[in-house]
Structure formats: structure tokens, C-alpha cells
Design a protein around this ligand. Structure first.
Ligand code: FPP
Length: 238
């Protein structure tokens, strides 16, 4: 069976999961940690080398200040608690997103996490924080413009590869499989550049309920899909 090399996930439904139980939304976010651990474990077991999770979007700043504060503290606390374990499991952690929008305490934790060298890493976990696909394209465009202005790049050298290197996931293979829980069927400004040819898989289950069987189902369905990349059957990758 074909296993994806890179899985990208929108973890949606924490708030609804909590509300249905008469709990505060924060309880849903905390419950959302369990499926994060499960996905990491599944990737390791199935030999999937790249996992990218959308933890906080550019648009999530519009949530009540208490919820934003809770989420930031949860990210900080989780990084502190889990980093050693992740390294032991040969998981290296990276972040994408607008760091200028984040507070100093979380940026410190992000930098410390990224500075950690994991020898023989088997999984690259990328966490999108304060991330938006349009923000990503804007920062890539700025980087290109700067390189043209300084003469590092000529106008004629601007091509897909030049942009691809400058978006936040530059250097990583594009996600083969995109998963979204929580019932909505949209990409919500996630990896706009990188999802061009990804297989999209949606499920109604809310993120805290998403379990290993669901993950396996998504991977199995991915294995059964024919990817043509705009070509004809059997033509292979783009
Ligand atoms: C979307 O559900 C979820 C979030 C905005 C937060 C995601 C965070 C976690 C799963 C916690 C930990 C993650 C890491 C990587 C440390 P929602 O609040 O939009 O749910 P709703 O649509 O039901 O309101």
C-alpha cells in the first residue's frame, strides 16, 4: 500500500467537543493533545517522515483574549513537557508562522525546540502557529523581491522552484495527504502553495475524538486513490 510521505492536518472541533459536554472550550483544546500524540505515534509506526499540524491560524487571533491566552500557555507548557520525549522518539520539531505576532515566552520555547539536534530523526513534526497561507505567500514574495533588489536573483530566475524554496515549508516534500476533522470541508488558509496536489480527506469526528482507526482509514483511502497530477492515468508524479 502506498503510504503518504507527508501528512498535513487541520485539527478542528475542540470547542464543539467541549461545549457538547458542558465544558469550557479550553477543556477541548487540552483534550486535543491526545490525538496529537496519537498522530505522531502513527506516523512513526507507518514510516511517515513528515507531519504538519495547524495549531493556530492568523485568523485565530480574533478569538476571545482568554482563549488565545489559554492556547498560548498550552503550547508553552506542552513544549516544555514533551520535548524530551519527542527527541527520544526521534521526532524533531519545527515551527512555521509569523513569529513577530507571538509573545517572547513562546518564541523562546520555539527557538529552544528548534535548536535541539535529534540525531537520526525519523519524523519531522512541523507546527503551524500564527500561520496563514496568504501570510506565507506574502513573506515569500517579499523574500523574492529582496533577492532581486540585491541582485542575488534575476527577474528571469523567478519560477515555481524559486517560490517553493521561499515558502515556509521550503525544502520539504508537499503534503500528499491533507486531513481535516470537525466536518468543515475547506482549507481555511492553510498551506496554500503546498496543498496544490494533495489528496484531501475530511471527517465529521471532532478533533479530540480522532483516533488511530480514523488515521489508518485516511491513510488507507489515500493508498487507494489515483494521483494524476494533471496528467493521464499511470503518468506518475508532477
Ligand atoms: C480548532 O478547534 C483547534 C484549535 C484552534 C487549537 C488546536 C490546538 C490543539 C489541538 C492543542 C495542542 C496542539 C499542539 C500542537 C501542542 P476549534 O476551537 O476551532 O473547534 P470548534 O470549531 O469546535 O470551535
Amino acid at each position: 500500500m502506498t503510504v503518504p510521505r507527508h501528512v498535513a492536518i487541520i485539527m478542528d472541533g475542540n470547542g464543539r467537543w467541549a461545549s457538547r459536554r458542558g465544558l469550557p472550550r479550553s477543556a477541548g483544546h487540552r483534550a486535543g493533545l491526545k490525538p496529537v500524540r496519537m498522530c505522531i505515534e502513527q506516523c512513526r509506526q507507518l514510516g511517515i517522515p513528515y507531519l504538519t499540524l495547524f495549531a493556530f491560524s492568523s485568523e485565530n487571533w480574533n478569538r476571545p483574549v482568554t482563549e488565545v491566552g489559554f492556547l498560548m500557555n498550552l503550547f508553552i507548557e506542552t513544549l516544555e513537557k514533551e520535548l524530551d520525549d519527542l527527541a527520544r522518539q526521534l521526532v524533531e520539531v519545527r515551527f512555521i508562522g509569523d513569529r513577530s505576532a507571538l509573545g517572547a515566552p513562546i518564541v523562546e520555547r520555539i527557538e529552544a525546540a528548534e535548536a535541539r539536534v535529534v540525531e537520526g530523526a525519523q519524523l519531522r513534526l512541523t507546527i503551524a502557529l500564527a500561520y496563514g497561507g496568504r501570510w506565507d505567500l506574502v513573506q515569500a514574495a517579499r523574500a523574492l523581491a529582496q533577492d532581486v533588489a540585491t541582485g542575488a536573483l534575476s527577474f528571469e530566475q523567478i519560477d515555481e522552484a524559486a517560490i517553493g524554496r521561499r515558502v515556509s515549508l521550503g525544502g520539504l516534500p508537499d503534503p500528499d495527504l491533507f486531513i481535516r476533522t470537525g466536518g468543515e470541508k475547506r482549507i481555511s488558509n492553510f498551506l496554500l502553495w503546498n496543498l496544490a496536489y494533495s489528496e484531501l480527506w475530511f471527517c465529521d469526528r471532532l478533533w479530540p475524538e480522532f483516533d488511530a482507526d480514523d488515521f489508518a482509514m485516511a491513510v488507507r483511502e489515500f493508498g487507494g486513490r489515483e494521483r494524476r497530477f494533471g496528467g493521464v492515468p499511470g503518468a506518475g508524479s508532477h
